[in-house]
Unconditional design. Structure first.
Length: 399
């Protein structure tokens, strides 16, 4: 796709905001069709599927925020002229064609497309069948906005493929794809990694940990744990595992208090491990693999560690590389934890729920990347470009 100037891109986004606002009732009604046929046994997936008037407002706001951001394409990263007179400029450049595969959430059809388009990328959207009615009408809105501004509908395309067709598309795409982002669970990520023949950027898996150190402020610990676990169980930034240091004063009584609050006030299912088992009578972990499991449910593991080093080792062994927290009043210890933990986001005395593009000031996000190349954390507008070197000479040759 050709490079578009900023005004053209912003005009499309302005049209899109107007169209969504005018068609908001249609969008909500289409979503109701999806909800009516959905099996509510998976509450987290159901929560992600819902589109109400508030969610439509959020879609419009997401587009507005991207429209107001600086165009990420063509910005100079570095510029130098060598002694030989050769001029070398490194600039940001579009990826080209991006594909995102995601489950349930129709708002991804808005956020992924607006980010890709503003960064001058073509995008293929492979949403889940459970959101089909919602995604179809949102694609219609995109196509209307593009055509109103004289652009091809090919910039944003919703794919209607079953699993086998998706496999064929990934292994033998009809055109060059530069980047694929699977936004979902381990099975989806493994499927894409094994099948795709281009760069894959892993996103979405949580399994986040929190370590309560011996010098923790217990009131802060309780507040952060409750928020990170219960605020939104369907978020990949929700909390699944809590490690409580056995040297915490009043260990047994504090563990009991936390368990009672989680179970009685928030209906959280609790699993226990280590010395927590002696303090409270709850089911133990079914297998060691439970430490690696992302729950996406009102479910939590309360375990114990005997030291800071044991906590770091356990987190780095089992976490999804998304977000981890230390509750401590010792800033030096917190900084050491942040340096040693191998996650996209590390926290002191704050909820994992802040690992989000909007909360971190990035704005709308394509996904939360747990990869280290080319970017880790929220993938916002500035992260949806690569780079290119522009070199000017006057008959220069290498000798």
């Amino acid at each position: 796709m050709k490079l578009l100037n900023t005004k053209v891109k912003n005009d499309v986004l302005q049209s899109m905001m107007t169209i969504i606002d005018k068609r908001r009732n249609e969008i909500v009604e289409a979503n109701k069709n999806d909800l009516e046929s959905f099996n509510r046994n998976d509450q987290a997936l159901y929560d992600r599927l819902v589109v109400d008037q508030k969610k439509v407002d959020g879609m419009i706001q997401a587009i507005k925020e991207v429209k107001e951001q600086e165009d990420p394409v063509g910005n100079v990263i570095s510029e130098r002229t060598l002694d030989t007179g050769l001029k070398i400029v490194n600039k940001t450049d579009p990826f080209g064609t991006i594909m995102i595969i995601y489950e349930s959430r129709p708002d991804v059809t808005i956020e992924a497309a607006v980010l890709a388009f503003k960064a001058n990328n073509k995008i293929f959207l492979k949403g889940g069948k459970e959101a089909n009615h919602s995604n179809i009408i949102l694609e219609e809105c995109w196509h209307q906005a593009l055509e109103e501004n004289g652009l091809s509908k090919d910039w944003i395309k919703l794919l209607h493929l079953n699993r086998e067709e998706t496999r064929d598309f990934l292994s033998n795409p009809p055109e060059k794809i530069d980047l694929i982002v699977p936004r979902g669970g381990e099975k989806l990520i493994d499927f894409v990694k094994k099948t795709a023949n281009c760069a894959v950027l892993v996103s979405g898996r949580g399994n986040n940990f929190l370590y309560v150190s011996p010098d923790a402020d217990w009131d802060i610990a309780k507040k952060v744990i409750i928020n990170a676990k219960t605020d939104k169980i369907s978020g990949c930034n929700s909390l699944d595992k809590v490690l409580i240091d056995t040297h915490l004063p009043g260990f047994d009584s504090k563990v009991k208090e936390l368990a009672e609050i989680l179970e009685n006030d928030y209906k959280v299912d609790i699993l226990v491990d280590g010395k927590v088992k002696a303090a409270i009578d709850y089911p133990t972990l079914p297998t060691e693999d439970t430490w690696k499991e992302e729950f996406l449910a009102l479910k939590i593991v309360l375990g114990s560690v005997d030291s800071f080093d044991e906590a770091v080792e356990k987190i780095n062994k089992h976490s999804g590389g998304h977000s981890s927290v230390i509750i401590t009043e010792d800033n030096e210890k917190a900084f050491e934890f942040m340096q040693e933990i191998d996650c996209a986001a590390v926290y002191q005395n704050a909820s994992t729920r802040f690992t989000d593009g909007g909360q971190m000031g990035v704005g709308a996000e394509l996904a939360i990347s747990t990869d280290k190349l080319h970017h880790r954390g929220p993938l916002g507008l500035k992260q949806l470009v690569t780079n290119k070197y522009y070199v000017w000479g006057s008959g220069h040759i290498r000798e």
